[in-house]
Design a protein around this ligand. Structure first.
Ligand SMILES: [Zn+2]
Length: 282
């Protein structure tokens, strides 16, 4: 992969100070906005080629991927449904298309954007979905068109997260809802480093950044979103037993603390879900 050194993708203020190494890859933290990102990182062009071939083809892997994501999709579908009963939904980085299927069952008109060719073929051919080839910015979708936009485990892969959020904002109707699901690994990374335990939690160089709820809220507000609501939003069920055990353990622990604290405490280190709304027309 071709690599490049970049300024902070959020505030352009600095190239960041070293935070963690994973193999030869380095995560840095921007001293001005606290954003944590990979630097140097693969160029956008080499990432695009990588994602075109991303995601497995075999039936068994697709099945285990579906099982892994099901609890998170289910929680997210209910969350969206609390605010909007139906309408047009776009799922960005939809993969095989299981989330749009879940929303169609709830009566939504749901479509997707995806880069992986194998995933597009499956979502169109097997599930009969409408899928636009990604990335989102290239799909050139009309303005003020969607009631909801969702993106599961997408934003941490993007070279230009702010441009992505602006595009989500542009295609949403006024009052439309954005749901993002993202990993939040730095607190565990810090803890494991303290214990001297080597790990590849950041999944570099596939992930380009690690958002915290605070940073993601700043990004959302700067791109015109309001009324941010954070939650734990369930946990994935990976096929690997060790990963599944820790996902269930920390995920349910995080959920429990979140509810016990009156939906205030966001257990650090586990994946999070955030909802935000495009301003209503005044
Ligand atoms: Zn910054």
């Amino acid at each position: 992969m071709e690599m490049e050194e970049v300024d902070c993708p959020i505030c352009k203020g600095s190239r960041g100070s070293p935070l963690h190494m994973e193999g030869s890859f380095q995560m840095v933290r921007c001293p001005s906005c606290q954003f944590i990102f990979l630097n140097p990182r693969p160029t956008a062009e080499s990432l695009h080629h990588f994602y075109q071939e991303y995601l497995p083809e075999e039936e068994s892997s697709i099945e285990s991927w579906k099982k892994m994501m099901k609890p998170v999709f289910h929680r997210a579908a209910n969350l969206v449904h609390q605010y909007r009963r139906n309408g047009r939904l776009l799922d960005v980085g939809t993969g095989f298309g299981f989330f749009p299927v879940e929303m169609k069952e709830k009566g939504w008109e749901a479509v997707g954007v995806e880069i992986s060719r194998k995933a597009i073929d499956y979502a169109r051919g097997v599930l009969g979905l409408t899928i636009f080839p990604g990335p989102l910015e290239r799909a050139a979708l009309p303005e003020n068109d969607f009631d909801a936009v969702t993106a599961f485990y997408v934003i941490e892969h993007l070279s230009h997260p702010m441009a992505f959020l602006r595009e989500c904002h542009r295609i949403l109707k006024p009052g439309g809802l954005l749901l993002l699901r993202y990993p939040h690994s730095t607190p565990i990374k810090n803890f494991l480093q303290f214990l001297g335990i080597k790990n590849r939690l950041y999944d570099l160089p596939a992930h380009l950044s690690d958002f915290s709820p605070k940073v993601i809220q700043q990004c959302l507000e700067r791109t015109g979103f309001e009324k941010c609501q954070h939650s734990i939003g369930g946990y994935t069920l990976p096929g690997n037993l060790g990963k599944r055990t820790s996902s269930v353990f920390f995920g349910s622990f995080g959920e429990a603390l979140f509810h016990l604290s009156g939906k205030k405490y966001l257990f650090p280190g586990v994946s999070k879900t955030v909802l935000a709304f495009k301003e209503e027309r005044r």
